[in-house]
Design a protein. Structure first.
Length: 305
């Protein structure tokens, strides 16, 4: 069994009468990247702040390295690195001075790795923080965190404000951490980013984890997009079980765009084969498809609808 580094079990958090977290249950295993996704207000940052010992839970369990995140936060912090989505810096210090300070706060020093990251992220460390753009402020936090020797890296919207080139650099560094056996909790709304890097995904909605699993196992819950051309008319395909949003692109109904449920694929393909398939292009569902499918649901299981 894989070693669980982070464990949340029925975690709850209330702010007065408002219950921000109702039932958050998931784990992060050693050497894996877990993508934590959901829209603003779903509870991602609140969950992370509880993990960091910044907020006290109202119920449930939350441990890192087997230690209680509230009672033993000092010991836990020695082995974790964290990047917030909104980075606030000391305005009169230079970027280099802030990186050194952040490293020293965790008992670490600048290394050749730090210098490499400064070059890769194209940061000018001699400028004062007050002159930095949001993207450059984000680079400071990234460089400091990625320079550290830690067992767990917690990233909360880490690429906010970065350009595509720096996003790619970040993704490469995360994959290096994974190869080194480190554990990563990545909270992001950039679904393509999560899709490229994560081993498993946890989807949160209204303070509740509604699904966890790897992308391959979760794709059966989403629909395939198909573009089909047949030798004879496909009239009636829109009435088949599992076919959604059939759109014909010619009057003879020999060309169509279909959205289909995976579990009905065999019957649908048999129908199309009987019409003599001339051309067929199928597109597997992306993480964004899966994400939007869940948020279209209102608590009902609609993937058979």
């Amino acid at each position: 069994m894989e070693k669980e580094i982070v464990v949340l079990n029925k975690l709850k958090k209330k702010f007065g009468k408002f219950q921000a977290l109702k039932d958050v249950t998931f784990s992060v295993n050693k050497g894996e990247v877990l993508g934590f996704i959901g829209p603003n207000g779903a509870g991602k940052s609140t969950t992370i702040r509880v993990l960091l010992g910044m907020l006290k839970k109202s119920g449930g369990e939350a441990t890192i390295f087997g230690k209680d995140v509230w009672k033993e936060d000092t010991a836990i912090h020695k082995q974790i690195a964290y990047i917030p989505g909104d980075v606030y810096l000391w305005p009169n210090l230079t970027g280099g001075e802030i990186i050194d300070l952040l490293l020293r706060l965790n008992g670490q020093e600048r290394t050749t790795k730090t210098e490499e990251l400064i070059q890769k992220f194209q940061l000018d460390p001699k400028k004062r923080a007050r002159t930095y753009s949001k993207g450059n402020r984000q680079k400071i936090a990234l460089i400091a965190a990625l320079s550290q020797e830690a067992e767990l890296y917690i990233f909360d919207e880490p690429t906010s404000g970065l350009d595509p080139l720096n996003e790619k650099t970040f993704q490469e560094e995360v994959l290096k951490l994974k190869e080194a056996g480190k554990s990563i909790l990545l909270s992001s709304h950039i679904l393509s980013e999560v899709e490229k890097m994560c081993d498993r995904i946890a989807i949160i909605r209204d303070g509740v984890i509604i699904e966890t699993g790897d992308l391959a196992s979760m794709r059966h819950l989403t629909r395939m997009e198909m573009t089909v051309e047949t030798a004879s008319s496909m009239a009636g395909v829109e009435e088949l079980a599992g076919v959604h949003k059939a759109t014909f692109t010619d009057e003879a109904k020999r060309q169509a765009a279909l959205s289909v449920d995976r579990e009905q694929m065999e019957q649908i393909m048999q129908f199309l084969a009987d019409k003599k398939i001339v051309n067929l292009i199928s597109t597997p569902p992306t993480l964004e498809d899966l994400f939007m499918r869940y948020y279209e649901q209102q608590g009902d299981d609609s993937h058979g609808a």
